[in-house]
Ligand binder design. Structure first.
Ligand code: UDP
Length: 313
């Protein structure tokens, strides 16, 4: 039978795809978003869906949600470096106060709770690839700390609610994810490079482009999240695509797929930008029977199509 699920951050990039997936599985979605980085455009197609309700709400305040609530999925947070550097206090608030409010909501309704945390919990990692048992290398006072520490606090609070109150919690550590509905101007490397490539403008590589990332297509990510919220695993689980590329290789792949003549230009590396990132997904494979299926080329083609349509409109 369908569950009634409260989803925070439902108008965001991954949140809106999660809304689609939960509805497709027959559930009812009570979607919360304060729209500071999310967009109603991402969920416009769900407006008249019978099992979808949107509430414009800041989750640092008590959620105006009635019974029953079977599951709470907490995805609300600025998530791109540009967004969280612009909203550092809101980022810390949503990970701390927001997580607290939503944990209380789950507890009051005896609902399950899924926290979407981040690979940034590992900071600039000294262990590679990153495995869940690694505690990380985070600068607690650097510009990225508003995001990293907010999510680390959220993980600690989630574990505390599980230990103290027996709440059925899950924690996903989401690695770089891409796909349609990313914000064109959110500063992340996927929209930045695609926007530049499609306009024929110079593609801006930060640093020397040798830093690495591993990119997961959004449908794979949502599938992992959906499996995780049904599991009994209380400790964090990495979700991401293990295929690792340097940012320079990634730029070249985008040049190839878009056919652009955009030159590559080099810009200073942002402070504390992680030098390498690749998820070890053995745990997700073992516990959830999950692994990414969408090849980078296929995922990028779909994303290019989305951004091309935005450019045309
Ligand atoms: N990056 C880049 N050019 C851009 C935007 C980002 O070279 O226009 C680099 C950035 O320095 C980082 C990587 O791409 O090393 C991924 O950045 P993003 O902001 O997408 O996410 P992060 O993984 O750092 O959270």
């Amino acid at each position: 039978m369908g569950l009634r699920i409260v989803l925070s951050g439902a108008a965001g990039f991954i949140g809106s795809h999660m809304s689609d997936r939960l509805l497709a599985e027959g559930h009812t979605v009570v979607a919360l978003d304060n729209l500071i980085t999310g967009s109603l455009k991402n969920i416009a197609h769900l407006e008249s869906h019978a099992r979808f309700q949107f509430i414009h709400h800041d989750v640092t305040q008590p959620a105006p949600v009635e019974s029953p609530v079977d599951a709470v999925v907490h995805m609300a947070s600025p998530a791109s470096p540009k967004d969280y550097l612009e909203h550092p206090i809101e980022t810390l608030d949503v990970g701390s106060l927001g997580t607290r409010q939503l944990l209380e909501l789950a507890r009051a309704h005896n609902a399950t709770f899924l926290l979407t945390s981040t690979s940034e919990s590992y900071g600039d990692p000294l262990v590679h690839p990153q495995v869940e048992t690694y505690w990380g290398n985070v600068n607690p006072v650097g510009p990225r700390s508003c995001y990293d520490e907010s999510k680390r606090f959220a993980e600690a609070l989630t574990m505390a609610f599980h230990r103290k109150h027996g709440l059925r919690t899950n924690i996903a550590r989401i690695f770089n994810t891409y796909g349609p509905r990313m914000k064109l101007d959110d500063g992340r490397v996927v929209p930045a490079f695609l926007d530049q490539a499609l306009r024929g403008e110079a593609m801006t590589l930060f640093g020397d482009g040798t830093q690495t990332r591993s990119f997961c297509f959004v449908s794979d990510m949502v599938d992992g999240l959906y499996r995780l919220m049904q599991s009994d695993e209380r400790y964090p689980v990495n979700l991401g695509n293990p295929r690792e590329l340097t940012i320079k290789q990634f730029a070249e792949e985008i040049r190839r797929l878009t056919g652009t003549k955009s030159p590559l230009v080099y810009r200073p590396l942002p402070t504390d930008d992680p030098k390498q990132r690749q998820p070890d997904i053995s745990k997700a494979r073992r516990l959830l029977g999950w692994e990414p299926r969408v090849e980078l080329e296929d995922g990028l083609r779909q994303t290019i199509e989305y951004f091309s349509a935005l450019h045309r409109s």
